[in-house]
Design a protein around this ligand. Structure first.
Ligand code: CTP
Length: 397
């Protein structure tokens, strides 16, 4: 409920991407925001107001001329934490850029002091047109934020050029950045997150790894971005789609992870080591692909470099460092000594042998262990665990 108690005006102008605005309205509502939807006349040709009323459980606004809502445009302009226009068509953008107020949505945009976020959505030629580019430059100059457009399929067919509206989840992340980021201590801070497993080659085709999915680290990166941070995500091999927002650096082995962390650590205000590096690598990588018919395969393994320990000296003074400890059984003491040995402000203990926790699942039950004590958390979805960890980080910053 990252937007609990917040108010968002969602302006919807008339483009086919209107159907995705329904999903955005729903997600904003799920995050706790009170969402007031304004539809332009053209938008009502695509989606009926009733759809948004059902999704937001609030009245939907469509006209400047409703008898019982004479000053609706002023009320709607005054109250929100953010106004988001999605889709923002070429026509809406050029009317808003000119400062026209010939319908409810443009009147609200002209009367507001709230932050405004627009999600352009149109045919790729219309987007590339100098008139649209000029409108976008004008609204940017006025301080409005712009999300997208993305490159990808348009209603009229495939396209290699921008035009398609940003995905609802990505627009939501930008809305959260404007609202939550406004009072987060992470806003503008550089946050380095590592995620996923590493993979050590045994020969040309075989690897030594572990079942880490990367979900915990990806959630941390996405939630830190939603709080306004500049996030770099160093990710081992995972099948997860890259999160919207963070810069993603791909690595494979623990040695590559070490190098990537070493390089970026001096600028980081926060390091969160959620990666599960392979702890051992073969002393020698075998040539080619040894065959089963050769007999056995003897592994001579050596420990991989400890990234946290080896990079201590490269940490920025005052930076907050968080590590994870995946343990079996009750292992508070082991986690505590890892915290000391690795010079961590906070260690997140999770159990590998507990249902719903650890590798490959969407939930986690963790205990946060800091200098002054332990905070056991209930079983939560990983994005919520990420938020709790980031709350603790903010208190340490
Ligand atoms: N870690 C690291 N470098 C490694 C292994 C782990 O920086 N080569 C980090 C992990 O990202 C995690 C923390 O250290 O944040 C603890 O990892 P864990 O695997 O629990 O500890 P190990 O150092 O591997 O210790 P042990 O093998 O004794 O459990």
């Amino acid at each position: 409920m990252s937007l609990a108690g917040r108010r968002v005006v969602l302006g919807v102008s008339g483009g086919i991407a209107c159907y995705k605005s329904c999903i955005l309205a729903r997600r904003l509502t799920e995050c706790g925001a009170a969402v007031d939807v304004i539809l332009t006349a053209a938008a009502t040709e695509f989606v009926r107001p009733l759809t948004f009323e059902a999704l937001t459980r609030r009245p939907v606004h469509t006209s400047l001329w409703d008898r019982d809502r004479a000053l609706a445009h002023i009320d709607l302009a005054r109250t929100p934490d953010v106004i988001v226009v999605a889709p923002a068509t070429a026509n809406l953008l050029s009317r808003a850029a000119q400062g026209l107020a010939d319908d409810l949505l443009t009147a609200v945009l002209l009367a507001t002091r709230a932050p405004v976020l627009v999600a352009p959505s149109m045919n790729d030629e219309m987007y590339a047109n100098a008139a649209t580019q000029r409108s976008l430059a004008m609204v940017r100059e006025r301080g409005w934020a712009v999300v997208g457009p993305a490159i990808g399929a348009l209603a009229e067919g495939p396209s290699e050029r921008p035009g398609r509206m940003a995905e609802p989840e990505d627009i939501l992340a930008e809305v959260e950045r404007l609202i939550v980021g406004a009072d987060s201590r992470l806003s503008g801070r550089r946050v380095l997150v590592t995620a996923g497993p590493t993979r050590e080659p045994l020969d040309a085709v075989r690897v030594l790894t572990n079942p880490s999915s990367g979900k915990m680290g990806y959630s941390l990166a996405a939630r830190a971005f939603a709080r306004g941070a500049e996030v770099i995500l160093i990710a081992g091999p995972t099948t997860l789609p890259p999160p919207y927002g963070p810069e993603v650096v791909r690595i494979t082995t623990t040695a590559e992870l070490l190098q990537a962390v070493e390089q970026r650590l001096p600028d980081a205000d926060v390091l969160i080591m959620a990666a599960a590096p392979a702890d051992f690598a073969p002393r020698v990588v075998a040539d080619g692909k040894p065959s089963r018919s050769d007999g056995g395969f003897n592994l001579d393994l050596v420990p991989t470099p400890d990234v946290l320990e080896l990079t201590t000296a490269r940490r920025k003074p005052g930076a907050v460092t968080v590590g994870f400890a995946l343990e079996t059984g009750t292992a508070t003491e082991r986690a505590r000594s890892k915290r000391d040995r690795k010079g961590l402000d906070l260690i997140v203990l999770n159990r590998a042998d507990e249902l719903g926790s650890g590798f490959e699942v969407d939930t986690n039950r963790v205990t946060l262990i800091g200098e002054h004590g332990e905070t056991p958390l209930e079983l939560l979805p990983k994005p919520e665990v990420a938020d709790r960890i980031l709350d603790a980080v903010e208190r340490l910053l």
